[in-house]
Design a protein around this ligand. Structure first.
Ligand code: 6GU
Length: 281
């Protein structure tokens, strides 16, 4: 997968190269490039925003800067710089070199290979695990980070004619800009790419994958500060352990996210045993 990020704060995206995502880069599973939006500013002050039509507070990001930036990064009219690696000695080695495939430009080739353009905004659709799952199969994702009061809407309208555009929010609160949201969304997507996480079971059992929150986990020692690990987990009875874990998930979800229980019930995904556990509360 290739990820491109356009932002006025490129340093803010540095964590993309660290930890889990850095490992994916080293393995050749992921390529990341971060682009400074000001590279596409044309005036001497490198301005990227202007006052809103209709009045009001704040500034709106200029279509005359965003348009060319997206043409280059998402439309593939820009020469793609050597791919960044988390490991200095791997710099300039692309995974397609290592596998012997012919080097090729990343970007749209056919209609079905149009990049996915993700625009983080508090006014977007809520980002979900299901979106992360679907987008983990994408070849090329471009993130457009807006700041201030957002990007001139015509940029989104115009991009929608050329790419698949998704305006998404990471929650019901307001951030200063989309950068942190990109870190969140990118991490949620990349960890689901096969080969990125060591253990694929660990995402089949994630919170939300079955519509429930994950229950509590325990490790050694068996006793710690006077607190015991629940006895059932030491029983060796895997049928009982699975039922206990399901019950813990159900009860935690009922308490913290009751609307998720309602959704499962409406979808017919709660068994008689599940309902008994929920009624016990
Ligand atoms: Cl995606 N962007 C910004 N600026 N604020 C947010 C958000 C995104 N999601 C929640 N708040």
């Amino acid at each position: 997968m290739r990820l491109d990020v356009i932002t006025i704060f490129p340093d803010y995206l540095e964590p993309l190269r660290h930890a889990l995502l850095g490992k994916a880069i080293e393995k050749g599973i992921l390529e990341v490039a971060v682009h400074d939006l000001r590279n596409w500013a044309v005036d001497v002050h490198k301005s990227v925003d202007d006052t809103p039509y209709g009045g009001g507070p704040g500034m709106v990001m200029k279509p005359t800067v965003w348009g060319p930036a997206l043409d280059d990064v998402a439309g593939g009219t820009m020469d793609v710089t050597p791919l960044d690696s988390a490991l200095p000695h791997l710099n300039n080695i692309r995974h397609d070199d290592r596998t012997g495939a012919l080097p090729h430009r990343y970007g749209p080739i056919t209609e079905s290979e149009k990049p996915l353009l993700i625009v983080p905004t508090p006014a977007g659709q809520p980002f979900t695990q299901a979106m992360a799952q679907a987008w983990s199969a994408e070849q090329h994702i471009v993130f457009a980070c807006g700041r201030y009061e957002g990007i001139d809407q015509r940029v989104i309208e115009n991009a929608a004619e050329k790419y698949r555009v998704e305006e998404v929010s990471i929650g019901d609160y307001v951030l200063i800009g989309g950068e942190v949201a990109v870190l969140v969304i990118a991490e949620a997507i990349v960890r689901l790419i096969p080969g990125v996480l060591g253990n694929t079971r660990s995402h089949q059992e994630d919170s939300f994958s079955d519509g429930l929150l994950e229950g509590p986990s325990y490790t050694k020692p068996q006793q710690w500060r006077g607190l015991e690990v629940p006895a059932v987990l030491l029983s060796g009875n895997h049928g009982k352990i699975d039922r206990w874990r399901r019950d813990q998930s159900l009860l935690r979800t009922l308490q913290r996210r009751p609307e998720l229980i309602e959704q499962l019930r409406a979808a017919g995904k709660l068994s008689e045993l599940d309902e008994q556990t929920l009624e016990s509360q």
